[in-house]
Design a protein around this ligand. Structure first.
Ligand code: SAM
Length: 234
């Protein structure tokens, strides 16, 4: 359960003193597929039927913290028969994400300006399939682990929202965050399929099938080892 005292307060786009091209695109150009903090929760339990006009059986994946959306667009294009919802807080990357994903005309993705700590307000139990969390802010300087997205409360919420036979993938450059989150995973029902402190050390299927995100490319270039875990709701 999300701790009500830890619910983040975020500004409402509509009430910002100054709008810009990105805040306006959210409610105009992309209004059917980009949802601000007020409109996004109206889709709870209805993502497939109301947003994508699809059957309940079609897979619906989630990416938390899309950044500029390179992986998000890659996923949307690689899997035209799945739907994908992204969460992002910053306006520019949020619009870049949906623009990139829909550039080739396929409308199988949607983005929300939404804080991951409020995830329980966006999805019903059993509404999601696979979940991707790539390089979330590590909160090591300043050291504030309570702000980390991959914590036992959010993981447990995600677990309940996922359908059986779905996985969660988490990658980070921060060894400190990763080791901390491994203890968090142990407090959940997830079954770990594979975890490593160095994704690129061995020639595994996880390395071969890995899509390098924007942040990952930067870290790999700097010689930083990539921590990776794939865990299942069986
Ligand atoms: C370090 S970037 C990684 C972006 C991308 N996943 C990648 O690997 O290149 C983290 C992103 O998560 C977003 N973010 C941070 N905290 C978030 C939260 N609580 N909910 C949703 N998005 C968040 C940030 O705005 C930022 O774009």
């Amino acid at each position: 359960m999300i701790d009500e005292k830890r619910r983040p307060k975020i500004n409402i786009t509509r009430t910002l003193p100054k709008q810009n091209a990105y805040t306006l695109a959210l409610d105009n150009e992309f209004k059917d597929f980009a949802f601000n903090e007020e409109r996004a929760p109206l889709n709870k339990g209805k993502w497939r039927s109301e947003v994508f006009h699809a059957a309940e059986s079609v897979p619906l994946d989630l990416e938390i913290g899309t950044g500029s959306g390179m992986h998000f667009a890659h996923h949307a294009n690689k899997y035209p028969d799945r739907f994908l919802v992204g969460l992002e807080l910053k306006y520019k990357p949020l619009i870049q994400t949906i623009r990139r994903a829909q550039a080739q005309g396929k409308k199988n993705s949607a983005i929300c300006r939404y804080h991951a700590f409020n995830i329980d307000l966006l999805f019903e139990k059993n509404e999601l399939n696979n979940v991707y969390i790539h390089f979330p802010d590590p909160w090591v300087t300043p050291r504030k682990p309570k702000n980390r997205v991959v914590n036992r409360a959010i993981l447990s919420e995600l677990y309940e929202m996922q359908r059986s036979g779905s996985f969660l993938e988490f990658k980070t450059d921060s060894r400190e965050y990763f080791l901390w989150s491994m203890d968090e995973f142990k407090e959940t029902k997830y079954q770990v399929e594979y975890q490593t402190l160095n994704l690129y050390a061995e020639d595994t299927i996880y390395k071969r099938e890995n899509y390098q995100t924007t942040f990952e490319k930067i870290f790999v270039k700097q010689g930083i080892e990539i921590n990776f875990i794939k865990a299942w709701k069986k």
